[in-house]
Design a protein around this ligand. Structure first.
Ligand code: HEC
Ligand code: HEC
Length: 218
């Protein structure tokens, strides 16, 4: 008799994340299939509730680290990213899989309305974690690493990571998402932001982890 080789089941926490993701994707498919092709400007708040909330959460307060939080993000950055997905300028794997098709349906007026909606939602404030890790992250954020020429993150992203124009808000964001972005800037798959590519490249894994943890705790 032949032995059946079953794949090793994923660890419970990963399985839970996958199930949650699968459920979201199903609800997303249902919502997306039910939408007429968006050939005219849509009201941002309505579209956010009907479509974006399935992944990014109600008011942009996403719970899963796969999906970035959008609440209180700067309108300039939101607009630039949605256009970047639409033009295929922002092309890391998750952006391609999730955002390219959606952004292709959005005209400029709809993008402006969505950006305005999310910019006006209350920010999420994370919970503090390991004090030593957070202190290391805060130091890097506020002072950079002068010996390597890494500038202070605060000089662009704002004193508290609140963002400023085209420099995105980072405060309150899922640390897993932040770390993933540092990684895709560094390995060149999110290639349309040369400033961040160079900065991300200068960070080691421990620094990326520390600064992401500090930012989420804001
Ligand atoms: C099926 C899930 C899904 C839906 C629905 C969805 N998104 Fe996304 N979105 C993602 C994922 C995943 C990412 C992160 C991509 C990455 O990690 O590179 C993302 C990224 C983004 C970003 C970039 C955020 C940042 O901090 O850089 C913006 C802006 C965004 N989405 C807006 C929207 C808007 C507006 C809608 C509704 C019109 C929407 N998304 C619908 C999954 C989704
Ligand atoms: C010279 C200005 C500048 C400095 C300094 C800077 N950044 Fe950025 N950062 C940017 C810009 C601009 C973007 C948006 C890139 C884009 O449009 O895709 C960005 C994007 C990001 C993102 C992606 C956010 C998202 O929602 O997807 C992360 C994470 C990030 N920066 C982390 C850092 C960290 C950590 C530091 C300090 C070590 C830092 N940045 C220093 C300009 C800067």
């Amino acid at each position: 008799m032949r032995t059946l080789h079953l794949p090793i089941p994923p660890a419970p926490s990963r399985l839970k994340t996958r199930l949650r993701l699968a459920r979201r994707l199903v609800s997303f498919a249902v919502v997306f299939a039910g939408l007429p092709s968006l050939t005219h400007a849509e009201d941002g708040e309505r579209l956010a509730g009907q479509l974006c909330a399935a992944c990014h959460g109600v008011h942009g307060h996403s719970e899963s680290p796969i999906f970035p939080r959008l609440s209180a993000q700067t309108p300039e950055y939101l607009t630039a990213q949605l256009k970047g997905f639409r033009d295929h300028a922002r092309g890391e794997t998750d952006a391609r899989s999730y955002m390219w098709a959606i952004a292709s349906q959005l005209d400029d007026a709809t993008i402006a309305s969505l950006a305005d909606y999310y910019a006006h939602q209350e920010p999420v404030h994370g919970t503090p974690g390991d004090a030593a890790l957070l202190a290391k992250g805060q130091d890097l954020f506020e002072h950079g690493a002068p010996d390597r020429g890494t500038p202070a993150c605060a000089s662009c992203h704002g004193e508290q990571g609140q963002g400023n124009g085209t420099f995105p808000r980072l405060a309150g964001q899922h640390h897993e998402y932040l770390q993933r972005q540092i990684e895709v800037f560094s390995n060149g798959t999110r290639a349309n932001a040369p400033v961040m590519t160079a900065i991300a490249h200068s960070l080691d894994a421990d620094e990326a982890k520390a600064v992401a943890a500090w930012l989420e705790s804001r």
